[in-house]
Design a protein around this ligand. Structure first.
Ligand code: CMC
Length: 432
């Protein structure tokens, strides 16, 4: 609802052009510039979307200054303590927490779809064993649109729902298959007696020759990590999913695009980079050298797992994970894990260093997750894949919200053109 208006006076172009100022339920007001070009002939310029709300959404709220993250109005800390990944997936998709009956129904629907088409294994077998699992995941997701023709009609609400359930259910299976393929183990089918995160660990670590019992401590930690990563409003990969979806692309293709975007080290790829960095630091005594490298403008090195575009305070997910890392390592008898020691010390030093304090660079969600994964025996190339498992719930919820919005349009940004002006074609023989 327009709350106020904003006036724009552009020299020689527009005098007092007026725009509605929209107010959300929380967060900064936004100036609706939809008609700016039509009314004045100018565009806004905001590379990196530093000041641009790209859509309206009811799913996730972040106050970066205060370090607040809420899914559908619930504080992440409370959900982390009381909820589960599957319940949170329902919440993100449908807007409210399910009652017992609805939760049972939803779990059954997700469970029904945990297997993937048997033919998909041949796609996996076409990849080199050393392929990065994110390359496989993006390919596998895109390929699903070739297998599940009964859920790619985006104009059919039932098909959209089926696609949403399929993607949340199948992503752990696809991820575990990528791992099994890399290490030369047979693929392990899902066991639908197990819960979502338990099942994932079962597909990752069991082998046909041995009995395998999933550790409840690890399953709980895994579930917590999935819950914390489930959504994060309009981040790069979610915006990618929305932009891909805005053209009418099928949902599997959209999530494949999101996976590609998540892979980058500035986004989901940071959890893998954190462990590489902690291993490179190697010893607490080397931390000052790395802090200096991170501060140097001549050195491209950054402290991985530090800083965030939105949080200018401690990332609330990192706070939950910091504690979880200590608990899991204690449970596994790895309290003296050298990487955890380096991480704790690094954080302590960075949080008091003027450079990091002035720029409000705090640990983000990726800082502690890798340590937990490593303690669980998960290889670092899989860390971003775990992020993708969790974020699939958010991507799907955001895609669904967009598809249900009657005012949805194809996303088509414009540009500030700085290339050559009109020039004449010169025949190749006459060119200098
Ligand atoms: N180490 C050292 N300096 C940093 C860091 C860092 N990790 N992050 C930002 N800075 C500095 C940067 O050099 C700049 O300094 P100055 O103002 O002197 O030029 C200032 O802080 C602002 O940085 P920016 O690059 O303009 O900030 P941004 O909002 O564009 O970038 C970021 C956000 C997350 C990409 C960045 O902080 C970063 O590269 N962090 C390391 C990678 C990382 O941990 N990514 C995971 C993000 S959280 C999970 C997710 O959402 O996927």
């Amino acid at each position: 609802m327009p709350n106020d208006t904003a006036k724009l006076n552009i020299k020689n172009i527009a005098k007092d052009a007026e725009f509605a100022v929209l107010q959300g339920t929380q967060g900064p007001d936004v100036i609706d510039v939809t008609n700016l070009y039509k009314d004045t002939g100018v565009f806004t310029y905001d590379p990196g979307f530093m000041s641009t709300a790209s859509c309206e959404s009811k799913i996730t709220y972040i106050d970066g200054e205060k370090g607040i993250l809420r899914y559908r109005g619930y504080d992440i800390e409370e959900l982390a303590q009381k909820s589960s990944f599957l319940e949170v997936s329902y919440l993100l998709l449908y807007g409210d927490l399910p009652n017992a009956k609805k939760y049972k129904e939803f779990s059954r629907k997700i469970t029904e779809h945990t297997m993937v088409h048997e033919q998909l294994q041949f796609l996996y077998r076409g990849y080199p064993r050393q392929a990065h699992p994110m390359a496989i995941m993006s390919g596998a997701f895109s390929s699903m649109s070739a297998f599940y023709h009964d859920s790619i009609d985006i104009d059919d609400a039932d098909q959209r729902e089926l696609a949403a359930h399929r993607m949340i259910a199948k992503v752990p299976t696809l991820a575990a298959m990528a791992y099994k393929y890399a290490i030369g183990h047979p693929f392990v089918y899902p066991n639908n007696k197990l819960g979502f995160s338990e099942n994932f660990l079962h597909m990752m670590f069991s082998v046909p020759a041995e009995e395998y019992k999933v550790s409840p401590v690890l399953a709980k930690a895994m579930d917590l990590i999935f819950l914390l990563h489930a959504d994060h409003e309009q981040n790069a990969s979610t915006s990618t999913v929305r932009l891909a979806g805005s053209s009418g692309a099928n949902p599997f293709a959209c999530i494949s695009a999101g996976i590609a975007s998540l892979w980058g080290p500035a986004h989901g790829g940071a959890n893998e980079a954190v462990i590489d960095m902690l291993e490179e630091i190697g010893d607490v005594k080397n931390i000052p050298t790395f802090i200096e490298k991170a501060k140097s403008k001549k050195d491209p090195f950054r402290l991985m797992g530090f800083g965030h575009r939105v949080y200018k305070n401690y990332d609330p997910r990192a706070a939950v994970l910091r504690k979880a890392a200590h608990d899991v390592l204690k449970e596994l008898g790895q309290e003296n894990n050298p990487l955890l020691k380096i991480a704790v010390k690094l954080e302590e030093i960075a949080l008091t260093d003027e450079y990091f304090v002035a720029r409000k660079l705090y640990p983000n969600v990726d800082f502690y997750s890798g340590i937990i994964y490593k303690a669980m025996g998960i290889p670092s190339s899989l860390y971003t894949v775990l992020f993708a498992i969790a974020r699939t719930a958010g991507w799907v919820a955001q895609w669904k919200e967009m598809m249900e919005d009657p005012s949805q349009k194809i996303g088509r940004p414009r540009q500030l053109y700085t290339g050559a002006k009109k020039r004449k074609y010169v025949a190749i023989k006459k060119r200098k």
